[in-house]
Design a protein around this ligand. Structure first.
Ligand code: GTP
Ligand code: MG
Length: 149
């Protein structure tokens, strides 16, 4: 089963959008397998965005991610990585379609409310960074027959 790491960034938490954001993924039909409010250590933020180390905005990005608590979300389901990215919308909220999380809730690339893994490989990598093994829960979702053929 494919898994994705999704995170409500500090602006999303501060603005009171945690419930709304989790709700969008639940509504779509993805299964929650991990969930926590978390104060991010700087080293973790740096490692999570390690691929962007050379970007001019990297320092500000790390400061943004550690500026307050985040909500860590682990999701499972068919095609969850690409689908979550679609629900989240384009990186810059001004380019994100209305109906997406960023399109509905943001105006600025440096405050874009939510993160989603960009490949199944990165999904597993990021879940390993943000969750301990015993924080990911395997459970039988009883609505599965109503979601999957
Ligand atoms: P994530 O889901 O957070 O990984 O966003 P993304 O995959 O849509 O974009 P990307 O991985 O390329 O960039 C990671 C994060 O860096 C973005 O979500 C933004 O918060 C930030 N970022 C990207 N580009 C810019 C930029 O040009 N300026 C600033 N200030 N931040 C940027
Ligand atoms: Mg990314």
């Amino acid at each position: 089963q494919e898994r994705s790491y999704v995170m409500v960034k500090p602006d999303g938490v501060q603005r009171g959008h945690v419930g709304e954001i989790i709700s969008r993924f639940e509504r779509k039909g993805f299964q929650l397998i991990g969930l926590k409010l978390f104060k991010t250590p700087k080293e973790l933020a740096e490692e999570h965005y390690g691929e962007l180390k050379e970007k001019p905005f990297y320092g500000k990005l790390v400061d943004y991610i550690i500026s307050g608590p985040v909500v860590c979300i682990a999701l499972e389901g068919p095609g969850v990585v690409a689908s979550a990215r679609k629900l989240i919308g384009a990186t810059n909220p001004l380019n994100a379609e209305p109906g997406t999380i960023r399109g509905d809730l943001g105006i600025e690339v440096g405050r874009n409310v939510v993160h989603g893994s960009d490949s199944p490989e990165n999904g597993l990598r990021e879940l390993g960074l943000w969750f301990d093994q015993d924080e990911l829960i395997e459970w039988e979702q009883h609505m599965t027959p109503w979601l999957k053929e």
